[in-house]
Ligand binder design. Structure first.
Ligand code: GDP
Ligand code: MN
Length: 389
């Protein structure tokens, strides 16, 4: 689960990470008021969307007067911001973060990720901040420091000092860097984060280290344990199909292919996607309807899958263990009748009450394409798509 920059900064501030003074605004008027309250004579107005590269897209603007803050806010709020990390349609901006602008002397990169091979939280740091770390890692790998953290020890000071020294944060900056890294790590550990990124981490006026930009994401399966993080969830940033699916107890992830998938069990859903790909097709989604898939649940699954305009055929693959094929079949028939489904529907049923399920399908007189097994189903689904184009 991703959160916004302003939320990340609020969270990090509570952990003692130094961040600029600022607040979020949803209108030009409130942006002006915030600028006045912060004081000073220079501000930065930053579009709040779940995507980076905002600076390149015009989503980060400096302002020399409160009037300018209002103008930038007016311009950014309600616009669709296109950055190297968004689609060409961009993302609708609903809020801006207004902060006191910083006099940046030097920019660094500091990030925490989970290195799945090492099975460790790993710090990534670089003196080449401000830019995309992936680029630096490619062109100048020596400039990227990686340090895995031993979970039994945590992040000790010596390790922070080592990292700081290697990216040139020495002298009076070192104790600041140590404190900042340890605070960031503590926050990361406490909240089951998957990623934290401060880019740029900047040396500003008076040799102070400051997190000028910050971004975090959290483990969606753990986030329910932290209501304060759950509250940060912004449904406007998510695929509405995915949000609706969650509400129906369906596990749906939108992809960019054209074979809609309705499957029970996450493993089988992934195998189904693999099988489609193996037959040179491409899945439109991942969808796990779960164990006790009632006819209503199946009907909802059809509705959500068909909301994707790219879907050309639907593959239903059910291995009924806890499920029952007759229930699933009823759901399919109901959905087909109520939703006037025009896409070819390929059905592969197996397991509990298979015969009953097949009978319901056959009796319905609806134009299903029956498949005998997973491979057959995937091939027929891809064939169905190809015969359309
Ligand atoms: P991103 O493009 O989405 O990563 O947004 P950032 O918050 O990182 O802003 C992009 C760039 O704008 C940063 O790398 C900085 O160079 C610059 N920037 C952001 N805030 C300030 C500020 O307060 N003062 C100055 N001088 N530059 C800033
Ligand atoms: Mn940034």
């Amino acid at each position: 689960m991703n959160i916004h920059e302003y939320q990340t900064k609020e969270l990090l501030r509570s952990y003692g990470v130094p961040v600029p003074d600022g607040r979020v605004a949803d209108s030009d008027a409130s942006a002006g008021i915030i600028a006045e309250e912060i004081g000073g004579d220079r501000w930065v107005v930053k579009a709040q969307i779940h995507a980076g590269g905002r600076g390149k897209g015009g989503g980060v603007q400096l302002a020399d007067s409160v009037e300018d803050v209002r103008k930038h806010a007016d311009h950014i709020i309600g616009s669709r911001l296109i950055t190297p990390q968004t689609s060409s349609a961009g993302k609708l901006v609903q809020r801006v973060l207004v902060e006191s602008a910083q006099d940046i002397k030097q920019e660094f990169y500091l990030g925490l990720i989970i290195d799945r091979i090492k099975q460790r939280i790993t710090i990534i740091a670089s003196a080449s901040g401000g830019m995309e770390i992936e680029e630096v890692a490619k062109t100048d790998p020596d400039k990227v420091v990686r340090e895995a953290v031993d979970p039994a020890i945590g992040l000790p000071e010596f390790q922070c000092r080592k990292i700081a020294a290697r990216i040139g944060l020495t002298g009076p900056l070192m104790p600041q860097a140590v404190k900042l890294m340890r605070s960031l790590y503590r926050c990361f550990r406490d909240k089951d984060a998957l990623m934290a990124e401060i880019n740029p981490l900047a040396i500003v006026d008076g040799d102070k280290l400051l997190a000028v930009d910050a971004k975090m994401s959290f483990d969606g399966n753990a986030v329910h344990r932290y209501p304060e993080i759950t509250n940060y969830r912004d449904f406007d940033e998510e695929d509405p199909k995915e949000v609706e699916a969650t509400g129906h107890g369906l596990n749906y992830i939108a992809l960019d292919g054209n074979v809609g998938c309705i499957v029970n069990g996450a493993g089988l859903a992934m195998a189904t996607m693999d099988a489609i790909t193996l037959h040179n097709g491409s899945p439109a989604n991942f969808l796990d309807v779960g164990g006790g898939a009632s006819p209503e649940k199946i009907a909802n699954a059809f509705r959500i899958v068909r909301k994707d305009p790219n879907v050309k055929a639907i593959l239903l693959n059910i291995f009924a263990g806890i499920n029952r094929c007759d229930w699933v079949a009823e759901g399919v028939v109901q959905a087909m009748q109520k939703q006037a489904i025009s896409e070819p529907v390929i059905v592969r049923l197996s397991g509990t009450n298979y015969e009953l399920g097949q009978e319901i399908l056959n009796k319905s007189g609806l134009p299903f394409i029956n498949a005998t097994d997973l491979d057959d189903a995937a091939r027929k689904a891809v064939d169905a798509v190809n015969s359309l184009s």
